[in-house]
Design a protein around this ligand. Structure first.
Ligand SMILES: [Zn+2]
Length: 58
């Protein structure tokens, strides 16, 4: 199973994720601290693009 790093677009496994955060009841994983920081600056922006992306569920 892989998760999508919403900031940089990488697919990673939760085990190799360096950082994670909960936003609106969903856990988001990131490949680097700097991706987490960018997400936390604009979480709504990264989450808002999700419904149209169509490649989130794996
Ligand atoms: Zn990343």
């Amino acid at each position: 199973m892989t998760v999508h790093d919403e900031v940089c677009g990488m697919d990673i496994t939760p085990e190799e994720a360096v950082a994670k955060t909960d936003f609106q009841g969903t856990t988001y994983y990131f490949c680097a601290e700097r991706c987490l920081l960018r997400f936390e600056e604009h979480p709504g922006w990264y989450v808002a693009i999700k419904p149209g992306s169509g490649c989130v569920e794996k």
